[in-house]
Design a binder for this molecule. Sequence first.
Ligand code: GAR
Length: 204
Amino acid sequence: MLKAKIAVLVSGGGTNLQALIDAQKSGVIKSGEISLVVSSNPEAYALTRAEENNIPAAIVSKKACKSQQEFEDKILKQLEENEIDFIVLAGFMSILSKTFIKKYENKIINVHPSLIPSFCGEGFYGLRVHEAALSYGVKVTGATVHYVNEIPDGGEIILQKPVKILQSDTPSSLQMRVMRHAEWIILPQATEMVAKKIMKSKRR
Ligand code: GAR
């Protein structure tokens, strides 16, 4: 069976990348294959995870680029050279331009650590999202996987999973529970759903 060629874009620890790799091994992801990892950060531990699993990886250092355009052009070059069909943003800490997104319309998804439309958009990333949820005092948070469009965290929602907040939670403990009980589950599921859809439309 032909599979969608997936690129996973990362910037940090890569636990979501790991969840995708594990899901591919266990058969949760079967319509796509992780063919490339692109990291915006040369120090990202996600790169070690790619190496340990024999997945080709490229570093496109955001800091080393003079402009957003140069950064995106370098990423696009990698995607094109590797004939990528589908892009998964897994802890990728940059907002992509409209021009970039247009090139892969309905072919980019992102995992966000809250129940969108709460605690999302520009400035809400990583631990900051959980700090905001705790300081607001919500009793339930969670994770969302959504299509990426020109509005940060504004694209169509694919899957969401709620996680209860405990009185003893700190931003870090909450981050870990949201990852374990939501992100690492729904990101692989959504990746399979979209990969399947992309392959179906390719066959037409
Ligand atoms: C994850 O919690 C992910 O949802 C979040 O960063 C973390 C990356 O962890 N992404 C965002 O906040 C994007 N707005 P990981 O590198 O271990 O997957």
